[in-house]
Ligand binder design. Structure first.
Ligand code: NAD
Length: 469
């Protein structure tokens, strides 16, 4: 059994309970991590509180120097870390390297730089000086789908801001968190500034959220768990940042470059086997170009070869767990029962071993169907026709409880931006605009509260003080 990272050392958990880590491609047990306990939470929060005064007073440039060294070590170890992620969560090795490892290295480096350049003390409003101060001890709770990226988004920003952290990574794919804790240990972060407890949500997560020594909770995960976290944090009016689920739409206007729109939308929907919170899992296309869009989507989907994450031909690895595979299969069956037309893929198992699901496309999807409303979190794209004008397309795009991301495709860029402005969502890509890891990322509506990444992400972890002179 692995140990927990507490107060600058690796120590056994106070609990004897463990959690098996499963390789989703082989269904074999890979490793075992502690199912931490309230006693571990107590030790971690005590260490984080004790480390706070000195870390929050460490010059930001020095904090940045340590984070930059950690970012560099992630880069140097990218092969090893990508192999860990490909093995415990199932992302194809190429995606595990580029998106799951090198992107977080870049995000951490950007927080290192921000620590140096951000103006923590220079604000002035009339006779008031404005100071930005660390929010305090942060509980960071993360999911399994981008296991290192989600951690870095929180821990990088919190440490740059001068907060101390207790991280609870997902129990489903926790091994990247252990590699990251090793790195923070090696770069000489003072004891207690960062602590990590593996374990389950209700046990460790809730003990952290309700602990009086925790000032702020930063949570990424499902909307259901986020609601519970926010309710528990409300007891002590704790600051909460929530990055939750999504059901994002790619809106294709009649004059769009249909080939590009469909190809990029399918790629976005299927990235990481569809286990991406911001995935464009609904494509909304004008009736005049609908049949052609469906044909192109089927063609594109069939190029997503399902297979072992380490096979170079693989574009879709397994889903992370049996539970996730079963959930996605249930949604595929539900879509057919609702009358959506399965045009490729389906619920059949593509392999005897491993939690694989075929790349799946539904046509004839109508607003309000379950497969149009709920986050499936698998490689399933729903194509929805609209017949009237833009207003109808925008209403469909905005017609779910979520608002995380989206896309607009149009020949006229200005028109596309005007439609993008009407989407009630935190991010929109126009004509395939590339993901920007320094731009604010987060949700409207039930996709969350607050923003991660870049300066907006850093500011989540800062309190604002006005001193009148
Ligand atoms: P999840 O909600 O099951 O778990 C996320 C984390 O919360 C895990 O560490 C889990 O142990 C913990 N947790 C669960 N219940 C808890 C509780 N009651 N109290 C405290 N902690 C608790 O989500 P998941 O299955 O790991 O991840 C998939 C979900 O995450 C999807 O809904 C996806 O959209 C969302 N997500 C959102 C973003 C974003 O930035 N908006 C990014 C990635 C994933």
């Amino acid at each position: 059994m692995r140990h927990l990272y507490l107060n600058g050392t690796w120590r056994p958990s106070a609990s004897n309970e463990g959690i098996d880590v499963i390789n989703p491609a082989t269904e074999e047990t890979l490793d075992r991590v502690p199912a931490g306990s309230p006693a571990d939470v107590e030790a971690a929060v005590t260490a984080a509180r004790a480390a706070l005064p000195s870390w929050s007073e460490t010059p930001p440039a020095e904090r940045g120097r340590i984070l930059a060294a950690a970012a560099e070590l992630i880069r140097e170890r990218s092969d090893r870390i990508a192999r860990i992620i490909a093995t415990d969560m199932g992302a194809p090795y190429g995606v595990a390297t580029r998106v799951q490892t090198l992107m977080p290295a870049g995000v951490l480096a950007s927080y290192a730089q921000l620590a140096e350049t951000y103006d923590f003390e220079g604000g002035q409003v009339g006779n008031s000086r404005i100071f930005r101060e660390p929010a305090g001890v942060v509980a960071a709770i993360t999911p399994w789908n981008y296991p290192l990226h989600q951690i870095v988004c929180k821990v990088g920003a919190a440490l740059a801001a001068g907060c101390t952290v207790v991280l609870k990574p997902s129990e489903v794919a926790p091994l990247a968190a252990f590699a990251f804790a090793d790195i923070l240990d090696e770069v000489g972060l003072p004891a207690g500034v960062f602590n990590m407890i593996s374990g389950h949500g209700p046990g460790v997560g809730e003990a952290l959220v309700t602990h009086p020594g925790v000032d702020m909770v930063s949570f990424t995960g499902s909307t259901a768990a986020g609601r519970r976290v926010a309710a528990l944090a409300a007891g002590a009016i704790k600051r909460v940042a929530l990055e939750l689920g999504g059901k994002s739409a790619s809106v294709v206007l009649p004059d769009a470059d249909l080939g590009a729109a469909v190809k990029v939308t399918v790629a976005n929907a299927f990235l990481n086997s569809g286990q991406t919170c911001s995935a464009w899992t609904r494509m909304i296309v004008h009736r005049d170009r609908y049949d052609e869009a469906v044909r192109l989507a089927v063609e594109a989907a069939r190029t997503y070869t399902v297979g072992d994450p380490f096979d170079e031909a693989t574009r879709l690895g397994p889903l992370v767990s049996a539970a996730q595979r079963d959930r996605v299969v249930r949604y595929i069956n539900r879509g057919q029962e609702e009358g959506a037309r399965l045009v490729t893929g389906g619920a059949d198992r593509p392999a005897e071993r491993g939690f694989y699901v075929e790349p799946t496309v539904f046509a004839g999807v109508e607003p309000g169907m379950v497969v149009e409303q709920e986050e499936i979190f698998g490689p399933v794209l729903a194509i929805i026709p609209y017949t009237r004008g833009e207003d109808e397309a925008v209403a469909i795009a905005n017609g779910t409880p979520y608002g995380l991301a989206g896309a607009v495709w149009a020949g006229d860029e200005q028109r596309a931006v005007a439609v993008a402005r009407r989407l009630r969502t935190g991010q929109v890509a126009v004509n395939g605009g590339k993901f920007n890891p320094r731009a604010p990322f987060g949700g409207y509506k039930q996709s969350g509260l607050g923003r991660e990444l870049g300066e907006f992400g850093l500011e989540e972890y800062l309190e604002i003080k006005a001193v009148q002179l």
